[in-house]
Structure formats: C-alpha cells, structure tokens
Design a protein around this ligand. Sequence first.
Ligand code: GAR
Length: 216
Amino acid sequence: MGKLKVGILISGRGSNMAALVEAARDPAFPAEVCCVLSNRPDAKGLDFARERGIPTVLVDHKAYASKAEFEVAVTEALMDHGVDFVCLAGFMRIVSPAFIERWHNRLINIHPSLLPSYKGLHTHERALADGVKLTGCTVHFVRAEMDVGPIVAQAAVPVLTGDTPDSLASRILTAEHRLYPLAVRLIAEGKATLKGEVVDIAPDAVDETGRLFSAI
Ligand code: GAR
C-alpha cells in the first residue's frame, strides 16, 4: 500500500507541521508530506518546510475577492502536489462547507483542548478560569461546525497549580507534537476508521488496557 499523501495548511509558527514533517522522515511512517501551504506570506513555518526540502505554497487569502475563490486556489494547489489528505495545523481561516465537502473525511484538524470542551479561541484562558484540572488536545475530522467532528485521538494534560495560559499552552503543545503524528499514522494505516460519525480504533492499535495513549 502506498503512503498517504498529506498536505499541511498553516498560518503561522507551524510547530505541529514541523512535528508531522519530522515524523514523516522515518521511512516506516505511512504518510508523506507533499506540500506545506500557508495563507500568510510571513508564516514562520514556511522557512522550516523550505529548509527540509518540502514544497511550499503561498495562497494569500488577501489576494482573492472571496473565500470561495481562495479555497478553490487552495484545493488546486493541493491537487497540483498530489495531495489526497489534508491536515490543518494552526490554519487560522475558518474553512467553508464547500471546502469541507471537497475534502470530506480527508480533512483533519488539531485543537488545543479536549473537545467538545473549549471550542474556539482562548482555550487555555477559559480552562484556567473554569478551574478544570485536566485539559489537553484533540485531533478530529473537520465538519461544518467549528471544532466539531469525529475524534481521532486525544491527549490529556493536567492543569498544574500556578499555571498561566502560556505555561499550559506550552505543555499542551508538547502533547500536540506527539498526538498529531500518531493520529495521522493511525489513519494512514487504516487503524482509525470512521463508523458513521465516530472514529473506530483497531484493536491492535491499543495496549492491553485498551489505551491508545501509552504511545503518547
Ligand atoms: C496549536 O496549538 C493548535 O492546536 C492551535 O494553534 C496552534 C498552532 O501552533 N489551533 C487552533 O487553535 C485551531 N482552533 P503551530 O502553528 O505551532 O502548530
């Protein structure tokens, strides 16, 4: 079976993209990164991808009259690079239902909370304000509603006494960098499959306690 051909969409730092690119350097990783696409010319992650020899694409949303035209250009660029699976990694444009339909079940996102808690922005500030003791990150298939969709994998991160939004974000980001490659691997190996609107994890992808997360 060939490798899953992944395109990664970023808007900024791109540390999750970097984690995916690093994971894909392992010849045994079942996915390859065909291109990194940014909607912002100043996205720092573009430099990392270029240094690693990954094709980069800039599709500046400001250059398009409408979201629809911007997204058509994004899809065309992805197709030009042979992409058949898309990872959003800090891509700060809300994608339209048409784009989600075009990439139906071939479009995933990483979000810095344990969904369905704390959708949207300022997740860590809100988690701290609520006094939750556990938060984390989620990789999910993208659906029309923001930060909603079948959950592929999650990692839990404890909230520590004295945490600030920045300290919490930093620990969650470390978990994200392990979670995203794991989720892509499971999907590429056919071990995370959609059954309706729930992702089913293959028995051989979990340990004897039923946990996926020993791998994280
Ligand atoms: C990550 O923490 C990601 O979970 C979050 O943006 C950050 C991007 O960092 N995404 C969202 O909030 C999407 N709703 P990165 O550019 O270094 O990967």
